[in-house]
Design a binder for this molecule. Sequence first.
Ligand code: GDP
Length: 828
Amino acid sequence: MSDTDGKKPLGLRGRPGGGNVKQSFSHGRTKNVVVETKRKRVVVPKSGAAGKSGGGTAGGDPSRRPAGISDAEMERRLKALQAAKANEEAEAKQRAADERQREEERERRRAEAEAKEREEREREEAIRAKEAEEKRKREEASKPKPAPAPEAVPGQPEEPRGAGKPSSAPRKVERDRGNDRDDRGNRKGGGDAAGRRAGKLTVNQALSGRDGGRHRSVAAMKRKQERMRQKAMGGAQEREKIVRDVQVPETIMVSELANRMAERVADVVKSLMKMGMMVTQNQSIDADTAELIVEEFGHRIQRVSDADVEQVITGVEDSDQDLRPRPPVITIMGHVDHGKTSLLDAIRNANVTAGEAGGITQHIGAYQVKTDSGALLSFLDTPGHAAFTSMRSRGAQVTDIVVLVVAADDSVMPQTIEAINHAKAAEVPMIVAINKCDKPEANPDKVRTELLQHEVIVEKMSGDVQDVEVSAVTGKGLDELLEAIALQAEILELKANPDRAASGAVIEAQLDVGRGPVATVLVQNGTLRQGDIFVVGEQWGKVRALVNDKGDRVKEAGPSVPVEVLGLNGTPEAGDVLNVVETEAQAREIAEYREQAAKDKRAAAGAATTLDQLLAKAKADETVAELPILVKTDVQGSSEAIIQAMEKIGNDEVRVRVLHSGVGAITETDIGLAEASGAPVIGFNVRANAPARSSANQKGVEIRYYSVIYDLVDDVKAAASGLLSAEVRENFIGYAEIKEVFKVSGVGKVAGCLVTEGVARREAGVRLLRDNVVIHEGTLKTLKRFKDEVKEVQSGQECGMAFENYEDIRPGDVIEIFEREEVERKLD
Ligand code: GDP
């Protein structure tokens, strides 16, 4: 301050007009200072300048500075002024903000009240709907012009004021406009009032005008109210929902799903838990579950079932002119022992001997025969329903016609019915082959009548299902059967385009010692050629050779032709679909993608444990012990046979569970899975590859090799038996009767007994029976013969007994003495 004081006289000197002047500031504040005239004159404008363009220049301009004021003083004054100004501004802002808030609150209340009123009015209006509509029509007809007016002034806050006049139609437009602005205002944080006013006024209009015309639904009003409430609460704008299109593949990791929805992982996990799915963010869930979650979060799901990589094999519809007739594919079904295999062999052999010399038949899972009339028929050489259903369940609809074999000496049996149901479910036409008609006791008509009960009405019973009496043994009726099939095929008009990249289904696949993985593929469309690059299930390859059902090498195979395909990189599974693709890279990419997808799916299946499942499992765990195993086999058939055999092992307490089964060598993946579940790996006619062997050694996973199913079953049975809890058997070893009861100090009550039967043993268990009712079970504290503690007392002898922790004994009670024995059990 001393500095300032010292300079003031200088200022007085320089400016004689100085004196004691009352300074007044813009907001009513006054101040008496000596040099105020100068300050007022010079500084204030400067501060104004400083306010506009920053204090730096104002303070540093000595030419406009009053004499006698130092730089420092100047700066202080400037700062003081700026601060005052800033204060004023802040105050003004605050006031404005408060005012705005108050107004918003008022608006909100008004809107709410109006909305309520409006709801009531709408109800009234609904009653007068007819009348109102007519009125509106009249009004609209008479005042069509004002309609575009509001459109001309979009976004103007004044617009609603003008809306006092217009008719109902523009009012609606305005309302919507107001709304729009509201939304926009929401995001920008400004223009709210205008938007609201627009909305409000029109609502007023709607209420007072009773135009009866178009008005907003209650839901729309509620939405608006909600928006306002959110606005009033502030900060809600950011949370406004953005609905996203969420792409979901067949399985998706929880964290990835959250990411794609732009939601918090924790929230997603929470909603999964609410659904009973106990998962962590790193677990995968399937698309169905994901869909529920996506919907819950209000997004739209886009399921991408096939990944982009697969798209190269989809699409391309065949045009009608490209389609050529193709042979039908036939599956023979029927009850066990009704002659399916015999019939298949008979058809094949009759044909082979007729056509080929030598007739060496090779079973590749399917074969083709030619009827006398020249029609080609493709038979699937895997009788039974398992093959049919497993193919179908894998999405390979291969069969065109089912031949239902029913033995004439046995008629309709359970599996016959099953076969009928399968064929019906697959919507595949049936032909009934009544077999074993050579037998004297054969009664084909009985078969026909019984089939009626299962809604199979054969032609002889005036139905439309063809029936043929055959004998696989004598060959009777076989040609007739083939013709019947050819006829049925004609009706079906089966067609395919031989001039396109082949696609087909794997009928059978195996790991051949000499030839590597081999798959029998039934070409379904297109033509498969040597050198073609293909993907089949999770495997891929390049056709090295094609072998037909007669064992001949062929260069190509067209629609409905079964061929063995060599050149695979791994063994696919029956039912897998083969597709020819253009490049090796594509094939590999698709195969890899599928392998990963399958892995994910398995993981998801494991992870997707609902609470119910967990509970069920916990319950089951109490009673049923499970022996998990992994089975790898050389061919699909043995795999199925083993699974069936395994399912049969076990009872209510022990069960064998085949965790995974597949065709081909035992791989590291198998070992990994086995380790995770503590399961042994069983190789049936296959071996573990080197990495799998070392991995198994490392992880302590047991690998067992078998080539005879019975050995395998016996071993698994023995292992499963080990899981059976030992049975506890009770053997009664004696009875004693209490004659007297003594009190012995230090011991308590002692029973003077006579062993009436068997022996009494010190270590045995005892039960106290009174009137043949068990009143206590426990052990003995003492067993005395005269004064001595003994181990055993024989029948007919007297002894003293005292119970451990039990005193209530009376003369006449009977003591039952028993021993427990643990007996190991075996599965039968
Ligand atoms: P699948 O279990 O249905 O495959 O029946 P199979 O083909 O194994 O036949 C079962 C039994 O019936 C075998 O002993 C056959 O010899 C016999 N069999 C099959 N077809 C005929 C037939 O047409 N006539 C007679 N007499 N026996 C037959």
